[in-house]
Write a protein that binds this ligand. Structure first.
Ligand code: HEM
Length: 320
């Protein structure tokens, strides 16, 4: 919950130029609805619905429940976030919602792209897509650091060398190849969206001798690249050297695609990378993460659409 609220506040500050306290009932309610909706959409019945929509169409319960929850989320976002017309000052645009509302006034046909429904959908998308993803990756990061203390120590010594006790900034990343490699490996190994989002062919496609007619549902499995043994020699292990050359320089891998690929790949990729670097280095600068004595650390992922680690108890030992 702490990681979720911290990452949520980043999106809140973009859309609303505001931050909530971690106990604020509005923020807690938002997180609970988003989380509940994500959980609901990954129940076995919902998964069956995505895979076999024409069969499952007859089973209206799950469809109605998901639609009802989505309405609750939309209504809540509309009331809380997007209803800012009264306070709008065209000469003082401070956030994404302000800019959208100004555009709505400027364009001739706002109902085309800049409708109220689109604004609500846009803000909802940012929350749904940007919350659990970043915080789940950070949960993997902390578990993997507990599991591999020698890797954690190497990251901490690079932090000491490059950042010292200053606040980490994105510009530090270039000078920190080991930490960069560890963060990439956390994303690769964590593989938090194994099935990616479903896509549809917009025209007939010939793929390796198979015809995929226009309108075919396609699930481009990210696991198939992130765990590809041709690209990652120890694909089933946590091995930061996947992203390092023999001199310790960071190397890019074309099979590293946790954000997917192509025109519809994650729009939040750059933001997410900045968040991961800053949260991860700030946390390890100030704490060493350890399992409680006698605890066993299990790297089996949770079931679901976003696959986080299983819950573990964790000790955060201050470093000063
Ligand atoms: C570690 C963090 C994240 C991961 C691993 C991740 C991964 C993904 C993936 C795999 C997709 C599907 C792309 C496709 O359909 O091919 C996606 C879409 C999307 N992501 Fe992210 N994401 C992350 C963080 C974020 C953040 C922080 C935001 C926004 C603030 C965001 C916003 C979006 C949006 C809006 C889409 C839909 C894009 C579209 O359909 O055009 N994501 N993300």
């Amino acid at each position: 919950m702490i990681l979720n609220t911290a990452t949520a506040n980043i999106i809140v500050s973009i859309v609303l130029s505001h931050r909530f306290s971690y106990e604020d009932p509005t923020l807690v309610k938002l997180l609970n609805i988003v989380h509940e909706n994500i959980n609901l959409t990954v129940t076995p019945a919902a998964m069956m619905y995505y895979a076999f929509p024409s069969v499952m169409r007859w089973c209206s319960t799950i469809k109605n429940k998901v639609a009802k929850n989505m309405n609750v989320l939309h209504e809540f976002i509309q009331e809380t976030f997007t209803n800012q017309r009264k306070e709008l000052d065209v000469n003082d645009q401070r956030n994404l919602i302000n800019s959208f509302l100004v555009k709505q006034q400027e364009v001739k046909k706002p109902q085309l792209y800049f409708s109220n429904e689109n604004l609500t959908a846009l803000v909802t998308d940012l929350f749904v897509a940007g919350l659990d993803t970043t915080s789940t990756t950070l949960r993997w990061a902390l578990l993997l650091m507990m599991k591999y203390p020698e890797i954690q120590r190497k990251v901490q010594s690079e932090i000491e060398k490059v950042i010292g006790s200053a606040e980490p900034q994105v510009i530090h990343r270039k000078q920190m190849p080991y930490t960069d490699a560890v963060i990439h490996e956390i994303q690769r190994f964590g593989n938090i969206i194994p099935t990616n989002l479903p896509h549809v062919t917009t025209q007939d496609v010939n793929f390796r001798g198979y015809l995929l007619p226009k309108g075919t549902y396609v699930m481009p499995l990210l696991t198939s690249v992130l765990y590809d043994k041709d690209h990652f020699v120890k694909a089933d292990e946590f091995y930061p050297e996947h992203f390092l050359d023999s001199s310790g320089n960071f190397v890019k891998k074309e099979a590293f695609m946790p954000f997917s690929a192509g025109k519809r790949s994650c729009v939040g990729e750059n933001l997410a990378k900045m968040q991961l670097f800053i949260f991860f280095t700030r946390l390890l600068q100030n704490f060493t993460f350890q399992a409680p004595p006698g605890a066993t650390l299990d790297l089996t992922p949770e079931d679901g659409f976003i696959t986080g680690p299983l819950p573990h108890k964790m000790c955060a030992i201050p470093r000063v």
